[in-house]
Design a protein around this ligand. Structure first.
Ligand SMILES: N[C@@H](CCC(=O)N[C@@H](CS)C(=O)NCC(=O)O)C(=O)O
Length: 207
């Protein structure tokens, strides 16, 4: 299998961590969605990451669809999202909040970093951050028991926390959400997270 996309994308990273947790090995294709755009369009017509190229040559796109495939391969006993019932509903809610955190802080980051300064819209940045913090506060209010088996809700939330700290660190100093600090610390200490830790955020800068 080949995982396409760099680990500064939390969507790529949650797939990478899940592959490792489930015991898959993979090659890593680190083309950039910005620097290698034309080439990326040939892998995914949307020009987005992540994609997962299977041994058959089939290309799965979108992290949710890739993670669904991985859970199908793992079977209900090992799947990272519980297969049914209230536990599944809760996991899907937390995952929606965590991916929403990424969507909102990414929108704010693109506005602050990628868009040329003359076109930036401060009220939009503030609105995105407010929405992101709404979801972070909701995630922080959830129980994240130490010693619980690592599931997709924790993986995606930890990837989202690291991403916010990478792109908008002043918005999430340690201590603002102590429960999320603890979850992040536990996850980031695991080998699957250490091996996929993004060093930097690589997007083109506006002027
Ligand atoms: N819903 C998609 C979102 C993926 C996504 O937003 N990827 C970003 C990187 S974090 C991307 O490819 N951005 C480039 C673009 O959309 O032009 C998923 O879960 O895979």
């Amino acid at each position: 299998m080949i995982l396409v996309g760099q680990y500064d994308s939390p969507f790529v990273r949650r797939v990478a961590v899940s592959l490792r947790v489930l015991g898959h090995s993979y090659a890593h294709d680190t083309r950039s969605v910005f620097g290698d755009f034309d080439s990326m369009l040939k892998t995914n017509p949307l020009g987005r990451i992540p994609s997962l190229v299977l041994e058959s040559g089939e290309v799965l796109i979108d992290s949710a669809a890739i993670l669904d495939w991985l859970d199908q391969q793992a079977g209900p006993a090992r799947a990272l999202v519980p297969p049914a019932g209230a536990e599944r509903q809760r996991a899907l809610r937390l995952i929606a909040l965590a991916t929403g955190v990424v969507d909102k802080f990414a929108a704010a980051a693109y506005e602050r970093i990628v868009r040329p300064a003359a076109y930036r819209w401060p009220e939009w940045i503030a609105r995105c951050r407010t929405q992101g913090h709404g979801a972070l506060a909701a995630l922080a209010a959830e129980p994240w028991p130490e010693g619980a088996p690592l599931g997709q809700a924790a993986i995606t939330t930890a990837c989202a926390i690291r991403y916010v700290r990478l792109v908008d660190g002043e918005e999430m100093p340690r201590g603002r959400y102590p429960a999320l600090d603890a979850l992040s610390d536990r996850c980031e200490a695991r080998p699957e997270f250490e091996a996929t830790c993004p060093a930097d955020y690589a997007v083109p800068r506006g002027r």
